[in-house]
Design a protein around this ligand. Structure first.
Ligand code: GRF
Length: 216
């Protein structure tokens, strides 16, 4: 039976490798979400080309003309989301903080991927901070977005080892592979309703990931 797919907007600011991973996953006929819109606040984001190549509608909503008026920029973002009738929002390297207004409007429907094992290392420069702290395990988290930075119920995490001689770049690349895997799986669980209200054991993903369900 064909599933009713959730309509998803992905918000980016740059490279778009997580966007690419979500688009790849969403090509499966049985994937419970479709990406209907990609919004970037950065006109030069290379992720826009990835979206275009996949035939997904894009919108550039540059924050700079709005100067310090975050609410007005966000209203424009909100209007684009409304026009596309999205059910869920995935932040994927979106370098803007949402105001409480939009978080409230889309309460429980915004996901983010963060390059650390939250609650460790919220914020920026997570890989450098993990190396400086000497942690032996690092990783990534998919979580629901609240009006606090890198906060909110955790849907999925994957851990990677920190190895002798790791540089920030090497560690970031190792984590990024896992981001792509857990974001696609977490969105699938969430969109199909299997993630439920966290904490929910069914929604926790480990590394190595459990096997993906067979293709339809
Ligand atoms: C990812 O590491 C993500 O976790 C962080 O920013 C990076 C974005 O990478 N928030 P990409 O644009 O998805 O390639």
């Amino acid at each position: 039976m064909a599933c009713v797919k959730k309509r998803v907007a992905v918000l980016i600011s740059g490279r778009g490798s997580n966007l690419a991973a979500l688009l790849r996953a969403a090509r499966r006929p049985d994937y419970p979400a479709e990406i209907v819109l990609v919004i970037s606040n950065n006109p030069d984001a290379s992720g826009l080309k990835i979206a275009g190549a996949a035939g997904v509608t894009t919108a550039v909503i540059d924050h700079r003309p709005y100067r310090k008026d975050r609410a007005a920029h966000e209203a424009a973002v909100g209007a684009a989301l409304d026009a596309a009738k999205v059910d869920l929002i995935c932040l994927a390297g979106y370098m803007r903080l949402f105001t409480p207004a939009i978080v409230l409007k889309y309460k429980g429907r915004i996901l983010n991927v963060h390059p650390s094992l939250l609650p460790a290392f919220p914020g920026l420069d997570t890989h450098a901070r993990a190396l400086a702290a000497g942690v032996k395990l690092h990783g990534c988290t998919v979580h629901m977005v609240t009006d606090r930075v890198d906060d909110g119920p955790i849907l999925a995490q994957a851990a990677v080892p920190v190895l002798p001689g790791d540089t920030e770049t090497v560690l970031a690349d190792r984590v990024l592979v896992q981001e792509h895997a857990i974001y696609a799986r977490a969105l699938a669980l969430f969109a199909s309703g299997e993630a439920g209200t966290p904490p929910d054991a069914a929604a926790s993903l480990a590394n190595p990931l459990p096997p993906a369900p067979p293709a339809a």
